[in-house]
Design a protein around this ligand. Sequence first.
Ligand code: FAD
Length: 438
Amino acid sequence: MRRAVVLGGSFAGLLAARVLHDFAEEVTIVEPDHERAPATRSGAPHRDQLHALLAMGHEQLERLFPALTDEMVEVGAQLGSGEQIQFYTDGRLKPSVPDARMIGATRTFIEDHIRRRVLDLPRIKVLPHRSTGVRVHAGRVDTVSYVTAEGHRDELPADFTVDAMGRSSRLGRWLENEGWPAPRVERMQIDLGYATARFHRGHELPDTVVAHSTPGPASNYLPSVCEPGALTAVENDRWNVVLAGYTGYRPTSNPAAFLTRMRRCVAPIQQVADLCEMDGEPTTFHVRDSRRRHYQDVPRLPGGLAVVGDAFVSVNPIYGQGLTLSALHASALDRYLRTGASPHRPATGYFRRANTVVNAAWTLSTTADLAQPHVTGPYPLGYPVVRWAADRVTEASIVDAQINRTFMDVLHMRRHPRALTHPRILLRTARTLATRTA
Ligand SMILES: Cc1cc2nc3c(=O)[nH]c(=O)nc-3n(C[C@H](O)[C@H](O)[C@H](O)COP(=O)(O)OP(=O)(O)OC[C@H]3O[C@@H](n4cnc5c(N)ncnc54)[C@H](O)[C@@H]3O)c2cc1C
């Protein structure tokens, strides 16, 4: 293709641009935030919240940008492995996974490294403007329109356009304006509050890179009973700490209240509250809903169009899936284009591939969210049985290393959630729990 255009140059847009660079003579990213310093970028205000990069996302990034991990570690990122990665459920430390690896860095740091790599590619261009619409002609998106900061309007011809404008993308409305159907939007109200604080990091926890605490079956998944939180050692000798809660139990930006909640959390998080100095104030963020757009079901889709990242699906962030989904969408786009598909045809093959991972992530996060009393549906078929089995596997994963390995592989999106209902896992769960009660 001659020109591919990516609308939005945040995490998903950068990864899509990297992939498209292998197929297009020119890739143009349209991103109004481009020329702003990281601290003043307003397009993705949640960037400052603690972001965990799951193992699958990390693998995909390393595949797209070889030696990215070494490059980041050289300038301060932490690479945790084995026992340095600590997951707690209901306050109990789970068995470690010996070959697990997780990168300790802020999202801004990871994204800036990726941005640099992408902008170094010879055929990438950036327009620091806001896109305002697409035009469909002869059954395909062939033009993107935009407006500059000064209000000047212009257009850009495109062979292939990717929507990476995040969860508030207006692409559906733009398609309707052109006489094409918009995708159905599915939502689950979660009313989640997040707060992230930074702390100076010394040698207080030499054996911890990531510590993560979540309520489980014993606390009925209630944050008010078992304080959820996460801690990551990041660049510039800092700890990043995030606390989360729903509805009336949302964390605030009050430093004293933040420290009080940290002291109710698991040991490493308590220790950081007691031993380290907070750097600035906690930053809060509110997520009203999880949402997905069903592009794979749209009866008539114009050619030359794909959707990646949060514009496709945006799930409850406490499961840390968003960045990894963006990376898997980029991978699906790569696979699709490698089939030799014409960029001008509807990208149904891409949406089918990408929807497999969207389904898996959506099922995992929404099924877990339904355990919250304020989340009232929609309930999938057979939910009480699924919930009962998931509770038992979660309990067994706290004490059995083999079950926990599968559990962590699913959590890190390296395996499909159905791996947890494999007869071998269910049998081992039954045995583990029977031994525990005997
Ligand atoms: C509080 C919170 C915590 C999270 N924690 C994690 C985590 O631990 N791990 C994880 O993997 N994920 C996490 N996520 C999810 C992750 O942040 C998202 O999945 C990720 O940001 C998606 O990237 P994106 O590029 O699709 O969208 P965004 O990052 O939202 O970027 C959208 C981009 O589009 C641009 N844009 C918007 N409109 C236009 C327009 N008209 N024209 C051109 N450009 C436009 C914006 O300026 C922006 O740069 C978290 C999310 C939240 C809210």
